[in-house]
Design a protein around this ligand. Structure first.
Ligand code: ATP
Length: 375
């Protein structure tokens, strides 16, 4: 993937492919989408992530034309899409159920939309063949959907959605029906196909790992609003709120009050330890302002002895250990009751040192290891 240099969102001269301008969608008195503004750029693989009921599907349905905004405007390539019926939009939606025609062959399933658009003869065959090749389904062209595997059916649905070369493909939980291993392999295939065709993909998923794997940017939603839109790395490493920090991955939230001690340096007074801990933040905090440090477990070191020269070190007792094969997560209780999770990578098959329940250990983290967030 060439994502390191693909950043149209940070180039002010780039025009978005999709623009939500103050879009609100109400169902009766219930506000499903609340004054939402968002740009999505051509060739992006954009993920909508959020808890059930936050409005992800409603956004997709408005893009596809199955719902209209109560107020605000949605533009596709600079033009308001409201007057266009679903079948006139350069948008296709792939549903979780795939909705393949059971009585038609793989070939005919892919050809279906093209035939309806009066494509025929060599042009039809060329396009279907191209789609079969793209999704590596050439060998299965004559089979019916029930004669192929779940992963292959998923690829047929994808081929069918891409056959008419939409500008925008909406994918609603596209891999939901696949088991974990196949799902992972298919994520990479999806990225590959997205890159080869240059189609803009907007995906809805419940699976945060999936969103982080495939997406150029992720929008984290809550109750009809977008909380943060960023690259997966920024969402993980620089969440802008407790909500986002807590929603993505595992995190320790350590609460306290801030005291500035120098340029972007703060002492945080907290309930644990005999001393404040040190944190760095470019976001300003006033004297005594309540704050929370969002600290990822893998950024917390675990030691038998007090680590020399650690910026922050506290002692605690191991309460629980979750062994995940590649990682171990230790739940360590501090004297005042706060539990901090520390994660270590199991890079050796036989570890030199292991800790067990009830062991007293030291935890450490650097002043830049976490993100300091306001209340
Ligand atoms: P999930 O992940 O569970 O699919 P979602 O984020 O896709 O959730 P939406 O389907 O967009 O959520 O629904 C957002 C909110 O709008 C929900 O509270 C839902 O109950 C409500 N809603 C959606 N469609 C309608 C409708 N036709 N009439 C009334 N309320 C609706």
């Amino acid at each position: 993937m060439n994502q390191a240099v693909f950043e149209p969102w940070s180039d002010p001269t780039q025009k978005p492919l999709i623009r939500f301008k103050s879009v609100t969608k109400q169902f009766g008195s219930f506000t499903a989408i609340d004054d939402l503004t968002l740009d999505i750029f051509e060739k992006e693989f954009f993920a909508l992530l959020g808890p059930s009921g936050c409005g992800k599907t409603t956004m997709m349905r408005m893009l596809a034309g199955f719902e209209t905004p109560t107020s605000g405007v949605i533009e596709l390539a600079g033009a308001d899409i409201a007057p266009l019926p679903p079948n006139k939009r350069a948008v296709n939606m792939m549903f979780q159920s795939y909705a393949l025609f059971p009585h038609l062959s793989v070939y005919e399933n892919i050809a279906f939309g093209l035939r309806r658009d009066k494509v025929s003869g060599d042009a039809l065959d060329a396009r279907v063949s191209e789609m079969l090749k793209l999704t590596r389904l050439e060998k299965f062209a004559r089979r019916k959907p029930h004669q192929i595997s779940g992963g292959q059916r998923q690829r047929v649905a994808l081929a069918r959605s891409l056959a008419k070369a939409p500008k925008l493909l909406l994918l609603d939980e596209p891999l939901g029906a696949l088991d974990a291993k196949l799902r992972q392999a298919t994520q990479f295939e999806l990225m590959d196909i997205q890159e080869k065709t240059g189609t803009t993909f907007v995906i809805v998923t419940h699976d945060q790992e999936e969103a982080m794997t495939v997406a150029s940017r992720v929008a984290v939603m809550d109750e009809g609003r977008i909380m943060q839109v960023e690259t997966p790395e920024r969402i993980y490493e620089a969440p802008n709120s407790l909500y986002v920090a807590d929603f993505i991955g595992e995190v320790n939230i350590i609460s306290g009050t801030a005291r500035a001690i120098g340029d972007e340096q703060f002492h945080i007074d907290w309930a644990e330890g005999n001393a404040p801990f040190l944190a760095t933040s470019s976001r300003p905090f006033s004297e005594g302002q309540p704050c929370h440090l969002a600290l990822r477990p893998e950024k917390v070191g675990i030691h038998a002895e007090r680590p020399e020269a650690a910026e922050n070190a506290v002692q605690g007792k191991i309460l629980d250990i979750a062994y995940l094969g590649n990682l171990s997560t230790y739940h360590v209780a501090l004297p005042g009751g706060q539990i901090i999770k520390a994660q270590t990578a199991n890079t050796r098959r036989v570890s030199r040192r292991s800790y067990t329940w009830e062991d007293t250990v030291w935890l450490s983290w650097t002043s830049t290891a976490g993100v300091l967030l306001p209340e």
